[in-house]
Design a protein around this ligand. Structure first.
Ligand code: SF4
Length: 382
């Protein structure tokens, strides 16, 4: 196994990078304003051995809830996901050890302001409160200027370029307590993006993860394949396993992460040098505080059960929990669903088919899936 060469950064009482053990982290899936449920998530994750726990904050009510969560769990190393509202950083930083921002979201907010100015603000806040930072690049939300520069279909280069650009901004500000993540739901793309980034910036600690990996066991396999390929190359300083799970089972993300690390350490691999996806591929998001209807988790499980009959077909179905990332992140799937409070949007590729209630959606999906299978069968005979 190749040794890691990254610099060390501190997140509360955990150090990542350099020769430190790979830290295992996860994220609360509940709505942050549901204080009791979110405290319970933090407790479950702490009990499972999480080194760092992430919570999403999007508005002042979430900030007030975060203060209560911090009081209830004073020893947790908390990371905050600054979703659409980076200006909340100064309000949340006193309660947490790490701030995560998404360069794609930062691009869209306060468009009149240069991105460097927004990054400077975040660095000033992080410095003042001793927080680390994560530049979290997601394939589904890369800034459009980067996407336009490269051929359609090349999602890796824009992601890597976005991460490198933001590293340069933090470097220029003399801030080195940061790590980077480059995530996609396709484990092969996660491997390629992280390998390319690590070649360019071997000094920067990497947070690894496969987004929307889905439910166990498939979600675990996708994640395992990516981690095996990267960690054996000396890439990866902290990991997050993203699985669609009932809230009470959230600690399983930590258990699975530690199991994968222990298997890699002992030379137990399942690889499969690459993830050769054949057959039905169901991707679903791990859910977070943005989920507006918990029926999403049952829906993800029911989709899997209902589509069992189609498992031999090379088709990707995506199930996403919210209207913020759902629309963009379902574009690349053959059939996609993203959940709103009282209905589910059904899509075929980037095109919306319609909106259906939680009771109707499985039947509609079945019709679309049958049509797709029929079309693929006809075209393979042609
Ligand atoms: S798709 Fe929405 S609900 Fe699901 S993890 Fe992403 S932000 Fe959260």
């Amino acid at each position: 196994m190749k040794p890691r060469q990254t610099r060390e950064i501190r997140i509360g009482n955990v150090r990542i990078g350099g020769a430190n053990p790979i830290a295992v982290q996860s994220m609360a899936a509940t709505r942050t304003v549901d204080v009791a449920a979110t405290i319970r998530q933090v407790e479950l994750l702490e009990a499972a051995g999480a080194d760092i726990i992430r919570i999403a904050v999007d508005n002042p009510k979430d900030v007030a809830a975060l203060a209560e969560i911090r009081r209830a769990r004073p020893n947790a190393n908390l990371s905050i996901d600054l979703q659409e509202n980076y200006r909340l950083a100064e309000k949340v930083a006193p309660f947490v050890q790490k701030l995560r921002y998404n360069p794609g979201h930062l691009y869209h907010l306060e468009r009149e302001k240069p991105v460097q100015e927004k990054v400077r603000y975040l660095v000033d806040v992080a410095r003042a409160h001793g927080c680390a930072m994560r530049i979290g690049v997601n394939a589904g939300s890369v800034d459009p200027e980067k996407l336009e520069k490269y051929a359609h279909g090349d999602s890796i280069t824009p992601m890597v370029e976005s991460a490198l650009e933001h590293c340069a901004m933090l470097d220029d500000l003399g801030f080195d307590q940061y790590c980077v993540s480059l995530k996609d739901s396709d484990p092969n793309k996660v491997i390629d993006a992280n390998v390319a980034f690590a070649e360019a910036r071997p000094d920067v600690p990497l947070h690894l993860g496969v987004t929307e990996a889905g439910m166990p066991p498939d979600g675990v396999i996708k994640t395992r394949v990516a981690f095996e390929q990267l960690i054996t190359r000396g890439i990866g300083d902290t990991i997050r396993v993203s699985l669609t799970l009932p809230f009470d089972d959230k600690g399983d993300e930590i258990t699975v992460g530690r199991q994968i690390l222990s298997d890699i350490e002992s030379g137990r691999f399942r690889s499969v040098p690459r993830f050769e996806q054949h057959g039905l591929n169901i991707i679903s998001c791990p859910s977070c505080s943005r989920v507006e209807n918990e029926a999403f988790i049952d829906l993800a499980q029911n989709v899997r059960a209902m589509t069992e009959y189609a498992k031999e077909h090379d088709i990707t179905i995506a199930v996403m929990g919210c209207r913020v990332n759902g629309p963009g992140e379902t574009d690349d799937a053959d059939l996609g669903m993203w959940c709103a409070p009282s209905f589910v949007n059904l899509k075929r590729g980037p095109k919306t088919i319609g909106q259906f209630t939680y009771d109707e959606i499985l039947g509609k999906l079945r019709v679309e899936l049958d049509t797709l299978i029929e079309e693929k069968t006809v075209s393979s005979r042609a």
